[in-house]
Design a protein around this ligand. Structure first.
Ligand code: 5GP
Ligand code: MN
Ligand code: MN
Length: 325
């Protein structure tokens, strides 16, 4: 990885240089948390010409509205059109950046920080560690190499990122070093109970009823995925409308669906347009779902991946069944 080049790019900034931080569309805890932590770190280093943004509507999902550093955020349209340095967080490919690929291309230096094995390295400097549990692990390492002292604000951002991408320290990549990082973060005095309640355990009542509808229509197909079993469900835009909910509330559903012991592979197919569906896929180990996602135009990790499918929900699931064999 290009650690030294990335350090030099930050150290070499002149006072007038414009720095833009970006992350993937529909940002999750790791995208926002690692980006804002790094932004706060750059601010501590005296970088003033500094913005953070993500593609699409500028709304930050409710669970992340208490993150430190949100004042760094500007809407996509207001982001500096010709930045000198761009840092990109948690994006598996440039297709996850929407219209912001422009800014990446225009910058004299673009640093990609990520942890997706499928990342092709689309920056001029790439720090991609597929063994990292979250992009936050990569961001923390770069902050340390820049001698940025860890404070409670930076720690809270990194903690949210680490906790979301490890499923609250349950997933397979929860290594000793993940817990060591978590320990360093907690030593700054942040409150894991408050943070977890806000990020994971607080949703509008309408979301609870919506979960009921969506989970009720889950289907189990024991013969699918080469006999390993498939469990899946879907949520439509009408479901969201009926319960007056925003798309972000659908994120935790995959964790309920994947509980089904009879299936190795699980899916939640979420409608995002008239004939457009965002698919979340999970595997218990027997199937590499990133292979399926990449074949269908997306990406991700071996055990957690996704893509955007077109057509009807049945057509989208048929395409997945065909890939699963
Ligand atoms: P989730 O199901 O939580 O949205 O995503 C699981 C994993 O798949 C994440 O690591 C995410 O980066 C990746 N992923 C989800 N959707 C897409 C997509 O449309 N394109 C790509 N390249 N990766 C995706
Ligand atoms: Mn992400
Ligand atoms: Mn991530």
């Amino acid at each position: 990885a290009d650690w030294d080049t990335a350090v030099a790019a930050v150290r070499g900034l002149r006072p007038t240089d414009k720095v833009l931080l970006i992350c993937h569309v529909n940002p999750d805890g790791d995208a926002l948390g690692s980006m804002l932590a790094f932004g706060l770190g750059l601010r501590r280093l005296g970088v003033t010409n500094l913005q953070a943004t993500f593609p699409g509507p500028p709304n930050v999902p409710e669970p992340f509205q208490a993150l430190p550093g949100l004042d760094l955020l500007v809407p996509e349209a207001a982001a500096e059109p010709e930045p000198d340095l761009v840092l990109c967080f948690d994006a598996a490919s440039s297709s996850r950046l929407g219209g912001l690929v422009d800014r990446l291309a225009k910058a004299s230096t673009s640093v990609v920080l990520d942890h997706h094995a499928s990342n092709p390295g689309f920056g001029s400097v790439n720090i991609v560690d597929p063994d990292a549990a979250a992009t936050a692990v990569v961001a923390d390492e770069l902050l340390r190499r820049l001698d940025v002292p860890l404070d409670a604000e930076i720690a809270e951002c990194l903690y949210v990122a680490l906790a979301t991408d490890t499923g609250s320290f349950r997933f397979a990549m929860t290594t000793p070093s993940v817990h060591e990082l978590a320990a360093r973060l907690l030593e700054t005095g942040i409150s894991p109970g408050d943070i977890s309640r806000r990020v994971f355990d607080t949703r509008p009542f309408g979301a609870v009823r919506l979960y009921g509808d969506v989970l009720c229509r889950a289907r189990l197909e024991p013969a699918a995925a080469g006999g390993r079993g498939l469990v899946w469900t879907y949520a439509t835009l009408d479901d969201l409308d009926r319960h007056r909910q925003q798309p972000y509330v659908l994120e935790p559903l995959i964790d309920s669906v994947r509980c089904a012991a009879e299936a190795d592979v699980s899916l939640v197919v979420k409608q995002v347009g008239a004939a457009e569906w965002a698919v979340s896929m999970r595997s218990k180990g027997g199937v590499d779902v990133s292979r399926v996602a990449v074949a269908l135009g997306g990406g991700g990790h071996k055990l957690a991946a996704g893509f955007t499918g077109r057509g009807t929900v049945d057509e989208v699931v048929d395409a997945i069944r065909a890939q699963l064999g």
